[in-house]
Design a protein around this ligand. Structure first.
Ligand code: CU
Length: 410
């Protein structure tokens, strides 16, 4: 049997096998479908959701590609056996695929920017957030330009300089000028970007505090898997904590021997007055969590055994943001941004930015955390005169307040 005949016979046989398989499978499928339809109506939505469905689709696509590949191979071998030139110029095919990939890829970039670009966060709702957004935009513009230019060069070269029997490759091993350009230019651009980031970071974190306009202190404590928010009370200072004092009634281990702790209040949401500086004191009870408020461009780790700080000024109230986003249900939230365990996904709380008047009304409604049980525990007289007035008036208290403030600022 000649090679040609052999190939033809083999191809016919393979085709016959494939046809039989296809026919029997579709007949089987038809039967099954008819049976299923007769019994109950099958919800195909469930089928499309199963992993098996997608695995089978993937295998079917692989099989399809393999069949095409084999068919092409058979075609080429038969041409070779007949002494004809090879039918498909693979260099041209590959080069064209590169060109196609470039066009599709760049269109994909355009599509991403236009469709998903609008899903970015709305404008920053804090003072320093504007600087961070500006930096983000500059970096994005520069990297986009570089990305597009380098990809046009990369894929364009692969297309233009595809193999051709008519020309010979030019041996070009080294060029100092090009080496210098592609080392110095990116180094300069990156230096500028990094310096800009460093200076912005410094301006956010190392702000000189205005003694006449002290920021509002709020302490946030993270634990698996919730947040506790502690307001300072009338004295404006959150009191000290000690993990050794943690009990079932005093879950944060607040030290009520410290006079600053006695008027502290626990809140269920983070309520902030607009345009007022806020100093967040972050602590953690168990593992490292990360305090994250995307709309205010704030993120900082909460570390067990350590107090970390962040100062920022919210500039848009929740109501203003609801108007801006055209969403009457809009809520600021803060989250945990460090995978800290099984309940991590649920670590979030509402942030409400309100006018100064609304804030004062809300604050007046909050109750002190110190109750009679805790008073007994700390050997404090039960139910004395209101603590707020006490902390405000006595000279010794304000001295204690000052000492504590100094300790806090260290
Ligand atoms: Cu977490």
């Amino acid at each position: 049997m000649s090679l040609r005949k052999f190939i033809t016979n083999k191809t016919t046989a393979a085709l016959a096998v494939l046809l039989t398989v296809f026919a029997s499978t579709s007949a089987l499928a038809q039967e099954a479908a008819a049976g299923a339809a007769a019994a109950t109506k099958v919800d195909m939505g469930e089928v499309y959701k199963s992993v098996i469905f997608y695995v089978l689709i993937f295998l079917a696509i692989c099989l399809f590609i393999a069949i095409i590949g084999k068919a092409i191979r058979v075609y080429e071998l038969s041409r070779e056996a007949q002494g004809k030139p090879v039918g498909i110029n693979w260099n041209r095919v590959h080069a064209s695929l590169f060109a196609l990939f470039l066009v599709l890829g760049l269109y994909g970039v355009y599509w991403e920017y236009t469709v998903h670009g609008s899903m970015l966060l709305p404008d920053a709702a804090s003072e320093h957030g504007k600087k961070i957004d500006q930096m983000f935009n500059i970096t994005l513009i520069i990297t986009t330009i570089v990305f597009i230019a380098t990809h046009i060069l990369l894929f364009g070269f692969a297309y233009i300089y595809k193999y051709s029997a008519k020309r010979k490759a030019y041996y070009y091993p080294h060029n100092n000028t090009i080496e210098k350009i592609w080392t110095i230019v990116p180094a300069l651009v990156l230096t500028v970007l990094v310096l800009m980031g460093f200076l912005t970071w410094r301006s956010i974190f190392f702000k000189v505090e205005d003694p006449n306009n002290k920021p509002l202190q709020i302490e946030i404590t993270s634990e698996q898997f919730k947040w506790s928010i502690r307001y300072p009370g009338a004295d404006g200072i959150v009191g000290t904590k000690n993990y050794k004092l943690t009990t079932a009634t005093n879950t944060l281990g607040i030290d009520f021997k410290d006079i600053n702790s006695r008027d502290d209040e626990m809140a269920d949401e983070l309520v902030l007055p607009v345009n007022k500086a806020v100093k967040l004191i972050l602590t953690s009870k168990d593992v490292i969590h990360s305090f994250y408020m995307p709309h205010f461009r704030v993120q900082l780790n909460t570390v067990p055994g350590m107090r970390t700080f962040f100062e920022f000024t919210p500039t848009k109230t929740t109501a203003e943001m609801q108007q801006e986003t055209n969403d009457p249900n809009f809520k600021y939230l803060f989250y945990c941004a460090k995978i800290c365990g099984s309940g991590h996904y649920n670590m979030q709380k509402v942030v409400r930015v309100v006018s100064d008047a609304e804030y004062k009304t809300w604050l007046a409604e909050q109750k002190t955390y110190l109750n009679d049980d805790l008073r007994k525990q700390f050997n404090l007289p039960v139910a004395p005169a209101p603590v707020k007035a006490e902390a405000d008036s006595t000279a010794t208290d304000s001295a204690a307040v000052k000492t504590n403030q100094m300790a806090l600022n260290k």
